[in-house]
Design a protein around this ligand. Structure first.
Ligand code: HQG
Length: 305
């Protein structure tokens, strides 16, 4: 059986990061039906998109929080080394009236993390991209000339906004990112975005001879200006091109109905224009003149080969 519960941001963050494994509640009707093996989906009260699912591994019922505080390890109940010295059963009075506590009794619900909500990872990943490509100052850090950020400082900065932003979460974002946007250095003390920056950094891109054609996905409203002026990097350091038509379609789709241009990169390379290939497979160049662009008609994807 699956149960839903809401939590304030701080305890939510602690549960999601695995630092809080016992949730304290009244043993009321809603809680009496919980059994070991059931799942609970916690929702962050301040941001309902943030959820995390846990499995109930033990139930610890007591007559009162007084008793519960004597028997359960409070560091698992949401207290930290900093505030455990002042922990008191009366801390629970702000959530439940003493009458309700006396009527129902209380329970410590011991849980283990099942999975991190996928949307959650995506939201954290988006923010990481913003920090590492565009606005490191958002969390009070700087990037070095090669785009690297110190991981400890990054974690501290991220945690000020989201207490649940742990090293494990960062590792998971980097490992599972659908476009492999980030890299660690060898000992994981530094991290950077592989491409996509608007801040002036040199991520030591490899200059590479491009394939004969590349693609660029955009939207209709930009087409007249692109045909007149060519592809410009706008806020980024480079124009982004894709090796395949499908990727260009999905890049364009971020903004609406996609329009795809074929880029005659063979002619550009012959004219001596440099290209770089990012470590996650994005082709970059500084500018593409309209002379090298052909708009592809919808529904007529190019044949491969
Ligand atoms: C357009 C994503 C008017 C250009 C993607 C694009 C990509 C012009 C927009 C990466 C123009 C710039 C980059 C001109 C270009 N007049 N509009 N002369 N020249 N444009 O986001 O290529 O998920 O900076 O067509 O997958 O859309 O962030 O570039 O529509 O790889 O990792 O101006 O971002 O990756 O937009 O996307 P962007 P992009 P991530």
């Amino acid at each position: 059986m699956k149960h839903d519960m809401h939590l304030a941001p701080q305890p939510f963050g602690m549960i999601r990061s695995g630092r809080k494994t016992i949730e304290l509640r009244l043993l009321d009707e809603k809680r009496k039906i919980i059994q070991v093996g059931d799942e609970i989906e916690f929702t962050n009260l301040k941001d309902r998109r943030q959820r995390c699912t846990v499995e109930v591994v033990a139930l610890h019922p007591f007559a009162s929080f007084q008793e519960l505080y004597q028997h359960l390890p409070l560091l698992k109940c949401g207290y930290t080394e900093e505030d455990i010295g002042t922990a008191s059963p009366s801390d629970m009075d702000q959530y439940y009236s003493p009458e309700a506590q006396a009527r129902y009794g209380v329970v410590g619900i011991e849980v283990k993390l099942l999975q991190r909500n996928v949307g959650d990872l995506t939201a954290s990943g988006k923010f990481l991209a913003l920090v590492l490509r565009h606005q490191p100052q958002k969390i009070g850090i700087t990037l070095d000339e090669h785009g690297w950020a110190n991981v400890d400082l990054l974690l501290a900065g991220m945690r000020r906004r989201d207490p649940a932003f742990t090293r494990d979460l960062l590792e998971e974002i980097v490992r599972t990112d659908n476009k492999q946007r980030y890299s660690f250095n060898e000992d994981h003390t530094m991290i950077r975005a592989n491409q996509g920056h608007s801040v002036q950094v040199d991520v030591e891109l490899e200059e590479c001879a491009p394939p004969k054609v590349l693609y660029h996905g955009t939207v209709e409203k930009f087409v007249p200006s692109i045909l007149a002026n060519g592809l410009i990097p706008k806020t980024r350091l480079y124009v982004h091109l894709s090796a395949d038509y499908e990727t260009a379609v999905s890049v364009g789709s971020r903004r609406g109905k996609p329009v795809v241009f074929r880029v005659d990169t063979e002619a550009m390379a012959q004219a001596g224009i440099p290209f770089w290939l990012s470590s996650n497979g994005v082709w970059l160049t500084k500018y593409v003149s309209p002379a090298y662009l052909t708009r592809l008609e919808e529904g007529h994807p190019p044949t491969r080969g």
